[in-house]
Write a protein that binds this ligand. Structure first.
Ligand code: ZN
Length: 181
């Protein structure tokens, strides 16, 4: 299948609509990340209204439903952060801190202005998996450094919602790769 491989390399140079890429991947058995994983990620982060005519020609109903259902689950996970800023509910095991009210205040302010706005950005959705790294790099002046580290560890290890979006994306890729076999 060297010819197909060569042609697929050439085709990637064009800016093909992600739905069209998936169509070609299925039709010609193209397995590359650029043909399956990347277009799925793009479709999952693009609002349905912006799929255009091209997608309806190239996505069959089954594929469309898999993607639409995953989008719905992802939207639910993202919305949850709007009402529930992640913070360890039981801080008893955390570092001793005599200014913890201030820590919380700084944390929630930074969350609201630095993260939540990005999560709800209408055109450039911020991947939830980037939350821990973004918060690590953020200046939480006024917050006890040990408390910050404690919350970051908790976010990484125990806050399942932060990883949920990435899990849903990977599940969707696996489902579609299976469908294309
Ligand atoms: Zn504190």
């Amino acid at each position: 299948m060297a010819g197909i491989d060569f042609a697929s390399e050439e085709l990637l140079a064009f800016d093909l609509h992600p739905a069209h890429r998936l169509y070609l991947a299925r039709r010609y058995g193209l397995q590359g990340v650029d043909w399956i994983d990347t277009p799925i990620c793009i479709l999952l982060s693009t609002p349905l209204v912006r799929y255009y005519q091209d997608s309806t020609d190239n996505l069959d109903f089954e594929l469309y439903m898999i993607i639409a259902t995953a989008k719905e689950s992802i939207a639910t996970v993202r919305k949850r952060f709007g009402t529930h800023p992640p913070f360890p509910s039981n801080f008893d095991n955390g570092p001793f801190c005599n200014q913890h009210t201030t820590c919380k205040k700084v944390w929630f302010e930074k969350w609201f202005f630095g993260i939540l706005r990005r999560i709800h950005h209408p055109s450039e959705p911020f991947p939830l998996a980037l939350i821990p790294k973004t918060l690590t790099d953020m200046d939480h002046r006024g917050m006890n450094a040990e408390c910050k580290q404690f919350v970051l560890n908790w976010l990484q290890d125990d806050c399942t919602h932060v990883q949920k979006e990435e899990e849903l994306i990977q599940e969707t890729i696996a489902t579609i790769r299976n469908l294309f076999k």
